[in-house]
Design a protein around this ligand. Structure first.
Ligand SMILES: Cc1cc2nc3c(=O)[nH]c(=O)nc-3n(C[C@H](O)[C@H](O)[C@H](O)COP(=O)(O)OP(=O)(O)OC[C@H]3O[C@@H](n4cnc5c(N)ncnc54)[C@H](O)[C@@H]3O)c2cc1C
Length: 387
């Protein structure tokens, strides 16, 4: 697939090389499998291993634990290029990264050795369990509980919508649970690392979705699930703080997936408009359609600048929370519009599952919901403006 992508002029040679390598991989290895993975709602095991071997998965994490020691801007480009071809496959890396960030930032050396290494080298895949049937946006209101019996933590509760859960190579799931009540009456929430196979930890049904179909999503159940005290992540009561501290990074990464959909929608639309004819002319000659691609290209460029800026701020150690929310909001909402317009440009073929624009349509919708819905992003942005 040819691309109309224009890199920001200030990007260096190294970032261009990473983009080139990921694009080659995505087009050669992912594209031929995308439709089957979508059809079968199957986790892309082979692609996951290949992406790990190429160093894409652990790119921004410490070399000491098997990461690439790279920058976050590079990782944004990795996700963008993967999602340009298949957003659901890209989400395997995104959800795994959320776990890797928590373990990197808050894990003990022993936890990093045991849980971080295998999800960076690809032998396992990580999942993050925050959302519950009755608490998504309102994460402080989760009901899963963990009780310390003097020796072990015993967890009871349920999680839902958990990406990367229930795979054959499932590794650590980091889950949030209520461990008490704070002096101000609010719930005390702590994070725990629960490896697959722990007695009392089971997966529920595989959830069937209109988007991210090749990203496996399960319900998870914890019944008298006992784990050793050293599987508490960081301090007791720090769970929500840990999650909120890394969620802005997650927003940049979801924004990167949205940017991939924007660029993929643009590239596929341009190619189709040049090839498809109506009324004796190529679609490319109709101004009504020209305006659609002009808008998608403009939004892709703006989203790219916003996302790269947020990633560069993170790399520089500067605050980036508001920029991350704005970039995620902008990129995901425009990805949805772009996916819609790309489908429209493809006419009836755009509705057919064999066409990537049809599959990207469902994927784009997911991005307006995960890692904080559009409404939640607007709340965060407004809060900083009005503080
Ligand atoms: C495919 C998929 C994969 C996911 N993967 C994971 C995962 O790996 N781990 C995980 O923990 N979670 C995951 N999630 C869950 C996701 O994070 C939640 O769906 C999301 O946070 C929204 O929560 P909710 O679905 O409970 O919606 P709700 O919180 O019930 O919101 C419903 C609607 O109300 C709006 N709303 C809520 N509060 C307000 C408010 N104060 N003001 C205005 N509007 C409001 C929301 O924006 C939304 O439109 C996944 C979800 C999906 C769909």
């Amino acid at each position: 697939m040819m691309t109309s992508l224009k890199q920001p002029h200030w990007l260096g040679e190294q970032h261009a090389m990473i983009r080139e390598a990921v694009r080659r991989f995505a087009e050669k290895e992912i594209a031929p499998q995308s439709e089957t993975l979508w059809e079968q709602e199957a986790f892309p095991y082979t692609l996951w291993r290949q992406a790990c071997e190429l160093g894409f998965t652990g790119l921004p994490y410490p070399e000491q634990f098997g990461g690439g020691g790279g920058d976050w801007l590079s990782f944004v480009i990795v996700l963008e290029e993967l999602a340009r071809v298949d957003c659901a496959v890209a989400n395997a890396l995104m959800a795994n990264a959320t776990v890797a960030s928590l373990l990197t930032n808050y894990g003990t050396s022993a936890q990093k050795e045991r849980f971080l290494k295998p999800i960076l080298d690809g032998t396992q895949i990580g999942a993050i369990g925050l959302s519950e049937p009755d608490a998504g946006s309102d994460a402080a209101n989760i009901a899963t509980r963990a009780r310390f019996d003097g020796e072990r933590w015993v967890i009871d509760g349920a999680k839902t919508f958990i990406s990367n859960s229930g795979t054959e190579i499932g590794g650590p799931t980091v889950i949030a649970a209520v461990t008490g009540t704070r002096p101000d009456g609010r719930k005390e929430i702590s994070n725990f690392v629960v490896p697959q196979g722990t007695p009392g930890f089971s997966k529920g049904r595989k959830l069937r979705k209109i988007g991210w179909r090749a990203s496996i999503t399960h319900e998870l159940f914890f019944e008298q699930c006992a784990i050793p005290a050293d599987q508490l992540l960081g301090e007791r009561g720090a769970g929500l703080r840990q999650t909120l501290a890394q969620i802005s990074t997650g927003r940049i990464l979801i924004g990167a997936l949205a940017l991939g959909i924007l660029q993929g929608s643009l590239d596929r639309s341009i190619a189709y408009m040049k090839e498809r004819r109506a009324f004796g002319r190529p679609l490319a000659e109709f101004q009504g359609l020209q305006f659609k691609v002009a808008d998608i290209a403009t939004h892709a460029h703006a989203a790219r600048l916003m996302l790269y800026d947020a990633a560069a701020l993170k790399d520089a150690g500067a605050p980036f929370d508001t920029q991350a929310s704005q970039a995620k909001l902008f990129a995901s909402e425009h990805a949805m519009t772009a996916a819609h317009q790309a489908l429209q440009i493809h006419g009836g073929y755009g509705v057919m599952a064999e066409f990537p624009v049809a599959r990207a349509f469902g994927d784009a919708k997911v991005l307006e919901i995960v890692e904080g819905t559009s409404e939640i992003q607007r709340m965060i942005i407004a809060r900083t403006l009005l503080a």
